[in-house]
Design a protein around this ligand. Sequence first.
Ligand SMILES: Nc1nc2c(c(=O)[nH]1)N[C@H]1C(S)=C(S)[C@@H](COP(=O)(O)OP(=O)(O)OC[C@H]3O[C@@H](n4cnc5c(=O)[nH]c(N)nc54)[C@H](O)[C@@H]3O)O[C@H]1N2
Ligand SMILES: Nc1nc2c(c(=O)[nH]1)N[C@H]1C(S)=C(S)[C@@H](COP(=O)(O)OP(=O)(O)OC[C@H]3O[C@@H](n4cnc5c(=O)[nH]c(N)nc54)[C@H](O)[C@@H]3O)O[C@H]1N2
Ligand code: SF4
Ligand SMILES: [Mo]
Length: 715
Amino acid sequence: MRRSLTCSLCEALCGLEVEVDGGAVTSVRGDAEDPLSRGHICPKAVALTDLHDDPDRLKGPMRRDAQGQWSPVSWGEALGEVSRRLAQVQAEHGRDAVGLYVGNPMAHNFSGALALQALKQALGSRNLTSATSADQLPHMFAALLMFGHQLALPVPDVDRTDLMIIVGANPAASNGSLMTAPGIMKRLAAIRSRGGEVIVLDPRRTRTAEAADAHYFIRPGTDALFLLAMLHVIFEEGLTRPGLWQGYSKGLSALKGAALGFSPEAVAAAVGVEAEVTRGLARKMARARSAALYGRFGICTQRFGGLCAWLINAINVVTGHFDRPGGLMFARPAADLADLASLVGQRGSYDRWRSRVSNLPEFSGELPVSALAEEMLTPGPGQLRALITVAGNPALSTPNGAQLDRAMASLDFMVAVDLYLNETTRHAHIILPPVSPLERDHYGLIFHALAVRNTARFSPPLFDSPVGDVRPDWSIILDMARGLLKARGGIEGHLGALAVGAMARVGPRRWLDAALRVGPYGIGAQGLTLDRLLEAPHGIDLGPLTPALPERLQSPDGLLDLAPDVLVADVERLREAWTSGSLAPAGGLALIGRRDLRSLNSWMHNSDRLVRGQPRCTLLIHPDDAGARGIADGQRVSITSRTGAVEVDAALDAAMMPGVVSLPHGWGHDRPGAALSVAARRPGASVNDLTDEIHLDTLTGTAGFSGVPVEVAPA
Ligand SMILES: Nc1nc2c(c(=O)[nH]1)N[C@H]1C(S)=C(S)[C@@H](COP(=O)(O)OP(=O)(O)OC[C@H]3O[C@@H](n4cnc5c(=O)[nH]c(N)nc54)[C@H](O)[C@@H]3O)O[C@H]1N2
Ligand SMILES: Nc1nc2c(c(=O)[nH]1)N[C@H]1C(S)=C(S)[C@@H](COP(=O)(O)OP(=O)(O)OC[C@H]3O[C@@H](n4cnc5c(=O)[nH]c(N)nc54)[C@H](O)[C@@H]3O)O[C@H]1N2
Ligand code: SF4
Ligand SMILES: [Mo]
């Protein structure tokens, strides 16, 4: 039997065509009829079935006893114990004593993500966190401050642009991020074949860089300087382009003021980009018929990530490449989460409270994940004593993960909603396993809103009856919320109870149907409903991106703020780091990460066909840096930072910028007590044993993975 579904693994939203025979998937192909992915898939799509069939995947709730032995337990008992223990901790130590960490896969699981809103209400804790502060938070921060909504995230209109400048992203490996663009490498190649240009700035000459017209090395963590220098040129040489934006924006002169003193010549030594190159890029951008300056993970997870995200938006605006075909544009999704959030007054928030130990700011109801371990380890009122993790592996994925690993072991209680017993969930007392991605509905609630073309696609579960005693994430999460409220008593009148009750009664499908009906293509327009999507298994095309401003600005004054005060003020922190020489210390080595097409953060290493072949958790180092340290290709090296040390094999690589070394994240599968039998055979080491929770963007609270100072020596 042939069936259509959507791949839920990464942001690309590829349509798949699968053959199913007797409950088993016999082939997986790209869906040529999908209006967005047009047949594209990557090697991970096939491994979706490995995940589904993995004997290590948990098939029922598990409980760990005082001796550390795991045994199966019924859902009733497991959920009962979770409610009791969480309520007890909150009764004894206050609401904030229970924390929540939400991992990346929840962004790909619309029903689970909706249920989480109810769980957060029920918890009433300030210790909420997620992978956001280890990832895209700066983009959301800039969106909130500039456009008035944290979800107003512009995407590059790749299919129509004449010039794409990519800073700190490697779509050849990641398949694109905050840019749902399946088959992105073909789309980039198309820019070149229609006479346009692709330019990459990255401390490593990646596969994306190799496929571009030009690549320039940039020293890790210095992008904000580089972007200010671009702005400097734009203002100095009168390269701003008049346009509609002048009518709905403010702050142009403050923006100009911010760039003062950051000429390309002044910053060149720190940034590693020659002044003439920076000038040339600014001019090229300003003169292009259409252009998109696009920055992603590499510009976010550094000490000045907030500045980078702001400056990128601002440069696109003032050069006339914003909200126009070929520039940065806003998608118009069929179910528009940003609109719905606005209806209930949720446009995002910043700095309503601060973390107890390090005084780091709240963003959108969450505290930075960099503060999670210290909140557990520092005694005193408000200490974190219990944790819920949902679809996250923070022991491997957050800065100084080794410290968090130890801290989680000290908690009074921990519950994990996860597919596996892994490096993080081994610390839980209870694990509640969800259905596999082939056993649930899929709708790209978040990623349709970040897509380079407006489309909508819904896939029902490939397999209707799940294997084993597993439940959908959304129902597990709602049950936890309901149980907690009940155990704490006083359901009546509680906002949390209302949220949980409403969500449970409506259910995710009806919620989605309602969201589609009130959405931009709903009743009165094309009449898009869930039924219509069910009748169109390959998805529905809703057309190219369209201009949206000023209507979609949600700031209180209705204007686009080119120079939000807190960001302008943060330029001084950058200036100070730059002039004091602490931004990019000379002489040492700066650590960066990398992604691989056959890997996905920390959790696809249990698929043999994805991890087979040469070990991939190696340290890339420039031959000159290796030579200076007496390191040969393939030699075992030890890497040391303030927080820890790991050993891996070195790979000499002239594609690295001298002075920069690269280690991928998501490895380190040799921790006792984890049950990932394939991954354990090729464990690698965790880069986050080296990254540092105090190396962060103190403005936004985002982890600073890029540019961590390390030493490397033969092991
Ligand atoms: N040094 C360094 N650190 C990084 C990064 C980096 O590049 N360098 N990248 C950062 C980024 S961008 C991110 S997003 C984070 C990711 O960090 P996390 O989100 O914390 O971790 P993942 O590795 O994605 O782990 C996902 C977990 O969810 C489980 N899971 C998978 N699918 C489901 C599901 O449907 N339901 C449930 N309940 N569980 C599921 C998996 O078994 C796994 O335990 O890591 C960040 N950390
Ligand atoms: N195959 C695969 N695909 C994935 C993932 C995965 O783990 N594997 N993870 C998914 C997730 S959760 C995310 S968030 C996205 C991320 O997707 P992308 O944003 O494309 O992220 P990366 O591939 O990590 O690319 C970041 C690039 O920034 C460079 N870089 C590092 N530091 C700096 C710096 O200071 N300045 C500049 N200019 N560049 C720097 C790195 O060398 C790297 O090439 O990918 C998603 N897709
Ligand atoms: S690119 Fe992403 S969405 Fe597409 S098949 Fe690969 S993992 Fe799945
Ligand atoms: Mo991410």
